[in-house]
Design a protein around this ligand. Structure first.
Ligand code: FAD
Ligand code: SF4
Ligand code: SF4
Length: 477
């Protein structure tokens, strides 16, 4: 009977799917968690207390109907659980893998607050949709009617693809342009396979293509085709280009050989996983094998770099971060994973300069946390006279990303940007300062999360549908 399988959190302890041993997983790029066995997924879903006011749901950017799909899973009604889960999330199995759940749904689960350990929402979400793929429940998009209006989407990351999915289901003609040779954005070339295996992303690209979404790849808008030409081809245009300009290091020797950008490094590694020809990897420039690697930064990109370097067979991997562990932006779960895999974190340290070209040493200055700034965050201050030399053959810069200046890059008049260079757009609709042009994801928010890009893409697609419907009638069929 409905609900009988639930509220098991007192008798059943929280259990994640099995995590592969660090000594095994550090040698490959496969995901580190196994899939739940069927009974385990049911059992873990049954720990949910079915809150009347589910905080998990309100802290999920997509407002997923978590308590209901947990109940359906606990009752073994997996197909219904899948239908419900995919109704609010374009890529549930991807979010289940890579959302920082500890900061979103799971971090706000009342059971966690009551000291019983959160319901493993992400792992169950992944299990439901992975099962749906295995069982053949995930079908190609089949619009009930074909419509004449067309939408051009620039950028095939999660923001652009989520919008493409909604628009195509409504019968619109959708073309996605991307400068890369594969769709998926950072899900394909940024995030490493040990967090998100590439076939999981590729099957989504194939599903969209099979459903009639047209992909124009290897097409750099602004170079291969102008933004105006794209506007001329479509009734609406969505910008979903992400943020790619790396923050750079300063100081003596910062331009030396062997100092590389995080995204160049991760992209090369991901391309190798696809079996691509990557000369910069083969030459050793973007390969950490046998090297003493120092990664600079404390965010999730830095975590992905250190763990990639371990897998490539680096001699040693150290991560320098100017604040302490409690004040780092990256996920604590990822730090723990990295430490298990052999990464050494050097907290309260920052590079002052570099010796050698190619690089041989990082001159490291020790820091302390001083007075809080306007946001209340303590500012790192240099401890004078405490510098030391850290030997390094490869230094990876993972200091964050900024938006490229699109209006200038594309020669677009009237596209307003914020003072941070992100495109100015309404958060709930993606409407920009140019009628018929929308923007979503990182290019609007700054570097953010896949789940937020999906949310934006879905919202903007709805706004596009409404705006097109408000225009003079367009032929159906
Ligand atoms: P993107 O995914 O960046 O996609 C933009 C697309 O636009 C790209 O394919 C690009 O090629 C294309 N493009 C750009 N300019 C042009 C142009 N001129 N012409 C044609 N195409 C163009 N988020 C999480 O939720 N969990 C994580 O674990 C996580 N890990 C991350 C790890 C790394 C290393 C990085 C860098 C980011 C990570 N993120 C993570 C953040 C997440 O990947 C992004 O927030 C998300 O991908 C943003 O989606 P988007 O669609 O806005 O842009
Ligand atoms: Fe949690 Fe992300 Fe899934 Fe929402 S989409 S339920 S935040 S894992
Ligand atoms: Fe279930 Fe936790 Fe969500 Fe409550 S907050 S409905 S216990 S998952």
């Amino acid at each position: 009977m409905s609900g009988q399988q639930m509220l098991k959190f007192v008798s059943i302890e929280r259990a994640m799917p099995e995590k592969r041993d660090a000594n095994v997983r550090r040698h490959d790029f496969h995901e580190i968690y196994a899939e739940y066995a069927h009974e385990k997924a049911r059992e873990q879903a049954g720990r949910c207390s079915q809150c009347g006011v589910p905080y998990c749901q309100s802290h999920c950017p997509l407002h997923n109907n978590i308590p209901d799909w947990l109940m359906l899973t606990a009752e073994g009604r997996l197909r219904e659980a899948y239908e419900l889960s995919q109704a609010t999330n374009t890529f549930p199995e991807i979010c289940g893998r890579i959302c920082p759940q500890d900061r979103l749904c799971e971090g706000n689960c009342v059971i966690e607050q009551a000291g019983h350990g959160t319901v493993t929402i992400g792992a169950v979400e992944k299990y439901i949709t992975d099962t749906a793929w295995e069982e053949g429940w995930v079908e190609p998009i089949a619009p009930a009617v074909e419509r004449d209006e067309s939408v051009g989407i620039i950028g095939a990351g999660p923001g652009g693809l989520a919008a493409a999915d909604v628009l195509r289901r409504a019968g619109l003609q959708v073309t996605v342009y991307d400068r890369y040779d594969r769709a998926g954005g950072l899900m394909t070339y940024g995030i490493p396979g040990f967090k998100l295996e590439k076939p999981v992303v590729m099957r989504r690209n194939e599903q969209l293509e099979a459903g009639g979404v047209e992909f124009v790849l290897d097409c750099n808008v602004g170079e291969d085709i102008s933004f105006d030409a794209i506007r001329g081809r479509h009734d609406a245009v969505l910008i979903a280009t992400g943020v790619y300009k790396s923050r750079e290091l300063t100081g003596p020797g910062a331009g030396s050989q062997g100092i590389v950008r995080a995204l160049d490094y991760l992209t090369a590694s991901n391309r190798k996983s696809f079996g691509d020809d990557v000369p910069e990897f083969d030459s050793g420039e973007l390969n950490a094998e046998g090297k003493r690697v120092v990664v600079i930064g404390g965010g999730d990109t830095a975590m992905d770099c250190v763990r990639t370097a371990v897998r490539q067979g680096a001699k040693s991997v150290k991560c320098l971060y100017r604040r302490d562990r409690a004040n780092m932006p990256g996920s604590q779960r990822e730090v723990a994973n990295a430490e298990e895999e052999g990464v050494e974190f050097v907290w309260l340290s920052a590079p002052k300069g570099f010796v050698g070209d190619p690089v041989e040493e990082v001159v490291v200055q020790r820091m302390l946390l001083g007075t809080p700034d306007a946001t209340g965050r303590q500012t790192p201050e240099v401890i004078e006279g405490a510098d030391y030399a850290e030997p390094a053959d490869m230094v990876i810069k993972a200091l964050g990303f900024e938006p490229e200046e699109l209006p200038k890059l594309w020669g677009v008049d009237g596209l307003e940007v914020t003072r941070w260079g992100t495109v100015k757009a309404e958060f709930t609709t993606g409407r920009t300062s140019i009628p018929g042009v929308y923007a979503v994801g990182d290019i609007v928010r700054g570097a953010s999360l896949v789940v937020w890009a999906i949310r934006d893409g879905r919202d903007a697609a709805q706004a596009i549908l409404e705006d097109l419907a408000a225009q003079p009638a367009v032929a159906a069929e």
